[in-house]
Ligand binder design. Structure first.
Ligand code: CAA
Length: 391
């Protein structure tokens, strides 16, 4: 057993897509003011996967630099969190395990609970490391957010993956033991097995999220968690960046604090930098927020960060992390900015073509044209089997 050994995030790397759609293109198509997207929901652009990209290619791209830096010898578990899985049975992480050449002496599993399961994966990983601190767990959160064309949800799409190496004596963020949990059976957002796009009750989803913030925080404080003013920043799940503002305002009001806008911006502003460009990445979104915070904030050494993970349906968890001395030397800020900056802008017609594209379900041979400039690609569907390749 590990006693008081610190456990947490040792490395963190993000990846996103080949393409980007600017909101000007969507606004022109929908006859909506672009100000609604820029200021109303707080988004600048959304990542759009090429036909030969998906949750697996993004995940492998995010995880490859982590494995290159630390090796794979200590990784005995890969936990892949997603709500846009590519198979009803096989864990997407097995494709990643194969693409990255991870050891066969490993367990690989996939987790689902809407946008929350990345946090479940992190907590399960901490439990495993607690049992054997010599092991590391590769946690991957990867999603492609898709709503039907022409719906209100369409403006809140996006795609990204985050890979985190979880271990003892972490180099980035130590995760504290107290956690506040909340579950409520609500149909605010869901995707039946027969649909490729999510269904959502937009207003209901926002109020369900806010209710969950209060519920998770209440449980966190009842279990002896930190006081609100001990945190120097907060990472929220960000379906759109303005949602983090709504959530933090709610938390401040719930705790009887003045919810001044400048104070809210100070607490969460940096966490929105990447999500505003990427859009909703479901399970990855809160950890994209953490990457942006670590990459952009002044020195956070020793400071406490609050995390509020929300997954519709709904499950939420509030927990805390402390930033580890020397963390700045481990950051991947340049690679993260490069991943976002290198995306190719597409017009509405190309976006629509990609949105409407899907594999025939006839069991035939369906190669996918080469599009991505990323290191891994989906080569096609052959006899009902997805085939991936290094580019
Ligand atoms: N200039 C500036 N602001 C404008 C504007 C303009 N011209 N026009 C509208 N706005 C503002 C509105 O006042 C509103 O602000 P407030 O929320 O502060 O009132 C904001 O822009 C959005 O406007 P609407 O509410 O009219 O927008 P909408 O009806 O198109 O719906 C949405 C917005 C509900 C977020 C919708 O995009 C949606 O359903 N998205 C998917 C669901 C979602 O993301 N829910 C979030 C919580 S659930 C969750 O977090 C899990 C998850 O990942 C899905």
């Amino acid at each position: 057993m590990s006693g008081n050994l610190p456990i947490g995030i040792h490395d963190l790397s993000l990846a996103t897509t080949q393409y980007v759609l600017m909101y000007e293109a969507l606004a022109a198509q929908n006859g909506t003011s672009v100000a609604k997207y820029h200021w109303g929901i707080g988004q600048r652009s959304m990542s759009v996967p090429a036909a030969d990209e998906d949750i697996v290619t993004m995940a492998a791209q995010a995880a490859a630099p982590v494995v290159a830096r630390h090796g794979a010898d200590r990784i005995r578990t890969v936990v892949f969190a997603t709500e846009t899985s590519v198979d009803q049975s096989k864990a997407a992480g097995i494709y990643v395990h194969s693409l990255l050449g991870l050891p066969s002496a490993a367990r690989v599993v996939e987790l689902k609970q809407a946008c929350y399961s990345g946090t479940a994966a992190l907590q399960f990983a901490i439990g495993l490391v607690h049992r054997d601190p010599s092991q590391q767990v590769l946690v991957i959160a990867s999603d492609v957010s898709r709503y039907e064309l022409g719906t209100a949800g369409e403006a809140t799409q996006g795609a990204a993956a985050v890979a985190m190496l979880v271990g003892a004596d972490p180099a980035l963020v130590r995760i504290e033991e107290q956690s506040g949990m909340f579950t409520a059976d609500i149909m605010d957002f869901w995707r039946p097995n027969y649909l490729t796009t999510a269904l959502v009750d937009g207003r209901e989803s926002i109020s369900a999220y806010l209710q969950a913030v209060e519920g998770a925080w209440k449980d966190y404080t009842e279990r002896g968690g930190r006081a609100l003013d001990e945190f120097s920043a907060f990472c929220y799940h960000q379906p759109f960046t303005k949602m983090a503002y709504k959530a933090h305002r709610q938390l401040l009001q719930h705790c009887g604090h003045a919810a001044a806008e400048a104070e809210i911006t100070r607490a969460i502003g940096h966490t929105t930098a990447y999500n505003a460009e990427i859009g909703n990445s479901y399970t990855a979104s809160m950890y994209v927020g953490l990457a942006a915070l670590l990459d952009h904030a002044d020195d956070l050494t020793g400071q406490a960060i609050g995390f509020l993970s929300y997954g519709s349906g709904s499950v939420a968890e509030f927990f805390a992390g402390t930033v580890v001395p020397g963390y700045r030397a481990q950051l991947r800020s340049e690679a993260h900015r490069e991943a976002i900056g290198r995306r190719k802008e597409i017009d509405y017609a190309k976006y629509r073509e990609l949105h409407e594209w899907s594999f025939p379900a006839d069991g035939g041979e369906h190669p996918v044209p080469r599009e991505t400039a990323g290191p891994y690609r989906l080569a096609g569907l052959f006899g009902h089997k997805r085939v991936y390749a290094a580019r």
